[in-house]
Design a protein around this ligand. Structure first.
Ligand code: AOF
Ligand code: ZN
Length: 360
């Protein structure tokens, strides 16, 4: 996404303030779907005079909160926004107009809005009003943060993040044991934060039977629970299992008897095939899906090319025989799927490796 011609170049301070805008945006993660998490900071000289983020669909956009916070100090200021300010009348009026009316002098945008209602028109509108616009500051960070929104708009289905924790010898559990604790405290705390930040968590029927997981968010201040999504083709899982709460989704087979699960608060979907299940989840405004296992479901997603991002914790332990994170057909090493944009981080004794399998 090259900046359109005539757009002002980035300044050395831009990344610093855009980082603050991305931090604002992160406060909306897991709460804004189908809208994007967006953050905005307003800067006068070296001072941040306004901050805002989009809290949820239907509420005002990030720019509006930041402009309210800045008040008169927005005049002549620079606004940093993680997404191109909108130009359309949706549930709320255009942010481009609000920035113009407030007398902002320069706008720095991380990423253009792929929404066909906006798609460059927001930037155009600002420039037409004589505002200097810079596009592309920390763009890849912003795009990754907005992956769910962008995936829904562009592909009509959620951005799928496969997550698992394994030992140094590549095992996720002892045979027939279910989910024993693999990683340390820091890694588990981060995984809990992801439950807070993503829209839904998916597990297969095997995991449900073995673990009876609650799939709730624990130990995250102000955290909220993601929607549980259970892939249970034959709908044989226990309807008393802990995941079956308000907002849960059962993905069942076409002919399964789902009567026991058809109670208030549970949505039953009957997609023809795995890719259709994602389209149907997209229709429920699920923009990001955290795939938490087990190996059967994980393997089906990988085999059909449906995983977009991978987040794996590696723990310094050895198990010996046990369950691999993936099952299925062996392939020669030269056919291994390589991740892009790889990050490596240590969390206490554990290592977190993330990467992308698809472009956003
Ligand atoms: C912005 N700032 O903070 C957000 C934007 O229905 P609405 O009015 O909320 O519009 C939703 C669309 O607006 C959404 O699809 C995306 O294109 C844009 N979101 N834009 O300028 C924001 N959340
Ligand atoms: Zn807007």
């Amino acid at each position: 996404n090259a900046p359109p011609p005539g757009v002002a170049a980035a300044l050395p301070v831009d990344e610093r303030f855009m980082t603050l805008a991305l931090e604002q945006a992160a406060r909306g993660l897991g709460r804004t779907a189908p809208n994007p998490p967006v953050g905005c900071v307003i800067v006068q000289g070296e001072d941040v005079v306004g901050r805002g983020f989009h809290p949820r669909a239907g509420e005002p956009h990030a720019e509006v909160f930041a402009l309210r916070d800045a008040g008169e100090r927005a005049r002549g200021a620079t606004a940093y926004v993680t997404l191109e300010p909108c130009s359309h009348h949706g549930r709320t009026p255009p942010c481009a107009d609000a920035l113009i009316a407030a007398g902002v002098r320069r706008v720095v945008v991380a990423a253009l809005d792929p929404n066909p209602l906006v798609a460059g028109r927001g930037v155009q509108r600002l420039r037409d009003a004589g505002i200097e616009v810079t596009v592309g500051v920390l763009e890849s960070e912003a795009v990754r943060q907005q992956a769910g929104f962008r995936s829904l708009i562009v592909r009509g289905r959620p951005w799928v993040v496969a997550k698992y924790a394994m030992t140094l010898d590549g095992k996720v559990a002892a045979p027939r044991e279910g989910n024993g604790v693999v990683s340390g405290l820091k890694a588990r705390a981060l995984a809990m934060r992801w439950r807070d930040e993503l829209d839904a968590i998916a597990v297969g029927s095997g995991t449900l039977e073995l673990d009876n997981p609650a799939l709730t968010t624990r130990g995250v201040p102000g955290g909220r629970d993601a929607r549980p999504v259970v892939f249970d083709r034959r709908a044989l899982s226990n309807p008393q299992a802990r995941v079956w709460r308000e907002g849960a989704v059962l993905i069942s087979g076409l002919r399964a008897d789902t009567a026991r699960h058809e109670v208030a608060g549970i949505t039953v979907l009957r997609p023809e095939a795995l890719p259709d299940s994602l389209t149907e989840l997209g229709e429920l405004d699920i923009g990001t899906l955290l795939l938490e296992g087990g190996p059967t479901l994980m393997s089906a997603f990988f085999a059909q090319g449906l995983v977009d991002e991978v987040r794996v914790f590696l723990s310094p332990k050895l198990l010996g025989a046990g369950l691999s994170p993936l099952t299925g057909r062996a392939r020669p090493m030269h056919e291994a799927q390589a991740l892009r944009d790889v990050t490596v981080e240590t969390l206490g004794p554990d290592v977190l490796i993330t990467g992308l399998l698809h472009d956003i």
